[in-house]
Ligand binder design. Structure first.
Ligand SMILES: Nc1ncnc2c1ncn2[C@@H]1O[C@H](COP(=O)(O)OP(=O)(O)OP(=O)(O)O)[C@@H](O)[C@H]1O
Length: 225
């Protein structure tokens, strides 16, 4: 068995509440191995998005231990976390989060702007992604000129352009019709088969069926057995 790519030990999160605290995640233990496709499920408010944000290093306000790709996230500075995230994580959002004032090609280039790459190298990577995701004909359009499904394809291409080890997706098909949703899930499955580790949050059993296993959250606890 390979070493886990993601390992959480006693991860907890809470918010201050009048006179005490309200708990969102309780004593989370989770191991995800390279090449896995894991689905986080559970009722509304169970803590799924919170857990995914912690995994994606978008949230640093938690307690416990998190090892990502051999690094102790809990011991890293904000700068160290940001660098680890850039190298390791691609994040796909339900609401796409594309920049409206940038074209498709420019949106794809955003994650590369933080890298020390020559302009020609950036253009080559953007060109590869446009080809791979069949977006060449759309490259000069703005997000509001695309369908929801096409915007999500751009969101996925942007998440993948820096070649992350882990793709995290929070309800990636939540705003899409079922045909578009199926296309997106097939894309995730293909990426996973090509080696990318995938963690998705979904309420959909159909989407969960694309993954290898389901982790159930309830009131901030992982349900076992
Ligand atoms: N700033 C905050 N202060 C207090 N509680 C918060 C805050 N932000 C989130 N929470 C609580 O954290 C809990 C978990 O939220 P989270 O978004 O992770 O749930 P979820 O399982 O993703 O739900 P959904 O399926 O509805 O998206 C919720 O009960 C929410 O009210």
């Amino acid at each position: 068995m390979p070493e886990p790519l993601i390992s959480l030990r006693d991860v907890e999160k809470s918010y201050p509440l009048a006179g005490g605290r309200t708990w969102v995640l309780r004593r989370i233990q989770l191991d995800i191995r390279p090449g896995e496709f894991v689905t986080l499920m559970g009722p509304s408010g169970a803590g799924k998005s919170t857990l995914l944000s912690i995994l994606g290093l978008l949230d640093a306000e938690w307690q416990g231990q998190y090892f990502l790709d051999g690094q102790a996230v809990h011991a890293l500075s904000a700068k160290g976390r940001a660098e680890l995230a850039k190298r390791t994580i691609g994040f796909v959002f339900q609401q796409y989060h594309l920049l409206d004032s940038l074209t498709v090609a420019e949106n794809l280039e955003v994650p590369l702007s933080y890298r020390d790459l020559k302009r020609s190298e950036r253009e080559a990577l953007v060109g590869d992604m446009l080809d791979r995701f069949q977006l060449v004909g759309k490259k000069d359009l703005y997000p509001n000129q695309l369908s929801g499904g096409q915007q999500q394809v751009v969101g996925i291409a942007r998440a993948l352009i820096a070649n992350p080890k882990v793709l995290l997706a929070d309800e990636p098909t939540g705003n899409l019709h079922s045909t578009q949703a199926k296309q997106i899930m097939e894309m995730f499955q293909a990426l996973n088969r090509a080696g990318t580790t995938v963690v998705q949050v979904t309420h959909s059993e159909a989407n969960a069926a694309y993954g290898h296993r389901v982790v159930q959250l309830s009131d901030g606890w992982i349900q076992t057995g």
